[in-house]
Design a protein around this ligand. Structure first.
Ligand code: GFB
Length: 311
């Protein structure tokens, strides 16, 4: 990407979009475009068309999405499939109409089968049933991957996609019901500490395993892919660092400085037992994560304490 390129970050004010924006600004890119969801309704096809007609960006990072943790996905499947299919379809089609030079679509590791062989290679896509709690979101993201590939094939566009593992970091959502597990547990452990509670609640059994990647490491991967990656096969972006939910909670307790008990609420779902990505193809692009899980949790907790979050 040329330094004077016009770059649209869809979802600029979300956790991923703001990390991509930080990365590009630090590299001296100054012609960055983005809107809050209140300013630009990406689910409205004409609004998106008019935006692209006016701005004609050279590059697009498609990081806008309706996201959430297991409870949100399980509770609002219609919202997740509708909003995400609308957002991505409107942006990908307008990017084609207005000749965007390259677009990077961000998906999620939940697109892979619930019981896929671990670690999950990109080739296992659509080889088995999806995790029911987030099937709507997963199907929307799979449609986005396939739409990029279809436009590349028919219209010779350069639309690529990447599948990050579970992400966390600045500007994360800390809503106790709708957040992802890592921010939710940071908030629960913090509140147990400041309120001198004897314990805090962990959903499920604590046995499932999850891989986590700090969002600034993902942003660097997105920059590398936009500049170097031309294959329209989707590519995993993972840390390779997997922990059980119980171990995650205990690590968060260490960082926060709280020694209370874990209480497991098994009325809440565990979700998929594991979703560790095979990130070897991304390593061949010359990228590797820099921030370990413990260090990342320390950074995330610091952001939480500074109020750089969404409740
Ligand atoms: O991040 P999370 O909500 O979603 O993690 P997924 C859910 C796992 O953490 C389950 C446990 O095993 C939960 O039982 N957990 C324990 C908690 N305590 C909590 C808590 O307080 N809050 C939450 N949220 N979980 C998501 C997909 O799956 O992964 C999304 O639903 C997306 O679509 C995202 O793909 C990356 O990791 O299970």
């Amino acid at each position: 990407m040329e330094k004077n390129a016009k770059i649209y970050i869809a979802g600029m004010y979300g956790m991923v979009g703001s990390a991509i924006t930080r990365n590009l600004r630090a590299r001296g890119y100054s012609h960055l475009l983005g809107h809050s969801s209140k300013e630009l309704d990406l689910t409205n096809q004409k609004t998106v068309f008019d935006f692209f007609q006016k701005e004609k960006p050279d590059y697009v990072f498609l990081a806008a999405a309706r996201v959430g943790g297991i409870y949100a996905n399980n509770s609002y499947p219609a919202d997740f499939i509708y909003s995400n299919i609308c957002i991505q379809t409107n942006i990908i089609h307008s990017a084609y109409i207005f000749r965007v030079r390259k677009l990077l679509f961000l998906g999620s590791s939940c697109i892979y089968p619930k019981l896929a062989e671990q670690p999950m290679d990109e080739s296992c896509l659509l080889t088995g049933g999806l995790e029911p709690t987030n099937e709507s979101y997963a199907l929307a993201k799979i449609a986005g991957i396939k739409m990029c590939q279809a436009y590349n094939r028919q219209y010779h566009t350069s639309f690529i996609s990447c599948m990050p593992t579970n992400l966390y970091g600045p500007n994360d959502n800390y809503d106790l019901m709708n957040a992802h597990v890592l921010p939710a547990l940071i908030r629960k452990v913090h509140e147990a500490k400041v309120n001198s509670q004897p314990s805090f609640v962990v959903w499920g059994t604590g046995n499932p395993k999850r891989e986590f990647l700090y969002v600034d490491d993902l942003a660097e991967a997105c920059f590398v892919l936009m500049n170097e990656y031309l294959n329209d096969e989707t590519i995993n972006v993972g840390s390779g660092e997997e922990v059980s939910i119980k171990e995650l909670a205990q690590t968060i307790q260490e960082v926060v400085g709280y020694k209370g008990d874990l209480v497991f609420d098994t009325t809440k779902p565990d979700g998929t037992p594991r979703k560790l990505l095979n990130g070897s193809r991304m390593r061949t692009q010359g990228w590797a994560p820099k921030i370990t899980l413990k260090n990342g949790i320390e950074l995330a907790y610091k952001n939480f304490l500074e109020g750089k979050i969404r409740m």
